[in-house]
Design a protein around this ligand. Structure first.
Ligand code: OAD
Length: 239
């Protein structure tokens, strides 16, 4: 911990990549944890693809609606808050890149590059731009946009879909130019997000992994902090 704290103090540009583990202590389930992860209980091919939505629109809509509802009852934790406080103390020094769609970094006050979208907003199913929301949607599961009649779907990136281009480009630029990359609470199994860590490592940045369990990116790490995010981020990031 002390070595990593020192590296953080020294770093001019820090990139942070977060995954579901940073929200675990807020009570949001992760995806791949063996007992509690969403993908241990549900098959992502049946819920997180466009084909699944078209085949079973009501089932998929309801599953996301349940996750949205669960989010209404959770709060950012000390890990989210420590990252937001660091960004506020040192403007421009930390680029926070997240795979999470739960909005908890944003609610803690962080500016983020959200690579996988936002669970709590809708976009159109065909032509997936943000729904115009000019009129209240026609009720239904899923609802339809009252203006154009298009089905609405959650604005998250499903398997097989491209990441938002501007966010990915900004994240890649941060990975290329940082001198320290903190990788927090991700299994590192999903690309292109995990590729950012390879990029930072190849560009000569230090890589620190914060995760109580082994991850697929451990081979790239200059240091590993085997702790839970909400416990250790406040200590790592305080002055
Ligand atoms: P995973 O569920 O794959 O990994 C969560 C990681 O968090 C695991 O490595 C855990 O060991 C770790 N973890 C659990 N509790 C933690 C804690 N308190 N502190 C720190 N780490 C902890 O989640 P992601 O890597 O985020 O995609 O998954 C990547 C993507 O796969 C997600 O964004 C999602 C999913 O399919 C989309 O929604 C598009």
């Amino acid at each position: 911990m002390d070595v990593v704290r020192q590296w953080i103090r020294e770093a001019r540009a820090i990139a942070v990549l977060t995954g579901a583990g940073v929200s675990a202590e807020s009570g949001v389930p992760t995806f791949r944890d063996a007992l509690t992860g969403l993908w241990a209980r549900f098959d992502p091919r049946e819920l997180a693809t466009e084909d699944a939505f078209r085949a079973h629109p009501q089932r998929v809509w309801d599953w996301y609606a349940e996750r949205r509802q669960a989010l209404a009852g959770v709060e950012p934790n000390a890990g989210h808050r420590a990252l937001a406080a660091f960004q506020a103390r040192y403007p421009g020094r930390m680029t926070l890149i997240t795979q999470n769609v739960d909005g908890l970094h944003q609610r803690a006050g962080s500016t983020v590059l959200a690579l996988h979208g936002d669970l709590c907003t809708d976009c159109w199913l065909d032509d997936p731009k943000p729904c115009c929301n000019r009129r209240p949607p026609q009720p239904g599961r899923p609802p339809r946009c009252a203006t154009c009649g298009n089905w609405r779907r959650p604005a998250v990136v499903w398997f097989g879909e491209a990441l938002p281009e501007a966010e990915l480009m900004a994240a890649e630029a941060a990975a290329e130019s940082c001198d320290l990359m903190l990788v927090v609470g991700t299994s590192g199994e999903v690309y292109p997000a995990a590729g950012l860590v390879h990029q930072a490592h190849l560009a000569g940045s230090r890589v620190v992994i914060v995760n109580p369990e082994p991850s697929a990116l451990d081979g790239l790490a200059d240091a590993q902090v085997r702790e839970r995010a909400a416990q250790c981020l406040p200590l790592l990031l305080e002055d």
